[in-house]
Design a protein around this ligand. Sequence first.
Ligand SMILES: [Zn+2]
Length: 235
Amino acid sequence: MTSPFLLYHKIDLPTPDVKVRGAFTPPKAFARQLEMLAKRGFKFATASEMAAFFRENEEFPEKTVAITFDDGWKDNLTNAFPILRRFGAKATIFLVTNCLGKTTDTVTAEGEGPREHLSIEDVRTMSAAGIEFGSHTHSHRHFDKLELGDIQDELATSKDIVESITQRPCESFAYPAGFFTEMAKDAVKAAGFQIAFTTVYSPEMSPDVFALNRTEILRHDRFIFRFRRKIARLS
Ligand SMILES: [Zn+2]
């Protein structure tokens, strides 16, 4: 089964300095993709809504996708948000809380210069309009390389910051670069999260709610036949 969690990063055209372009989805392509999903009768849920449904039913809802974005880029507001609103689509954005309001190269692709992240005010605006904000840690350190104490700090700090900005529970988590261990998974659970995502680039669904695969949408999926093929096995 294809994972109903779609993974995006940047909704933008790549800048000329960028060598690794896969994480850039052009805004027009993003709009066409949402249009295709809507026409095919898919509903859009947040990650925590999917988690709540799963707790009740031990499966995810039919004909429902959750759009997720990693890293919290400014283009999620300027480019993605108007398109999400046009289709009445909910989404979940995973923030690196140390990057809020900054222009950094903390999580940019190889060879790419610093890039602007969402600000606290941006998060408030989008949260008020129904976008969910989850944690992608405080500083994007990879969890397979950290001691338990550092993992716990990354989780608690980022969760606190997201909750203080949105005034909603922060229940969704995405592992930086997808890396996790059994210890990291247990720490995510213990910190009070309800659902956690890797970035394993496999279309197959893993049954573990604390290590869920996502269907990554890449730049080449701007060709709608490729996107159609990617979602063909979503039910
Ligand atoms: Zn990331």
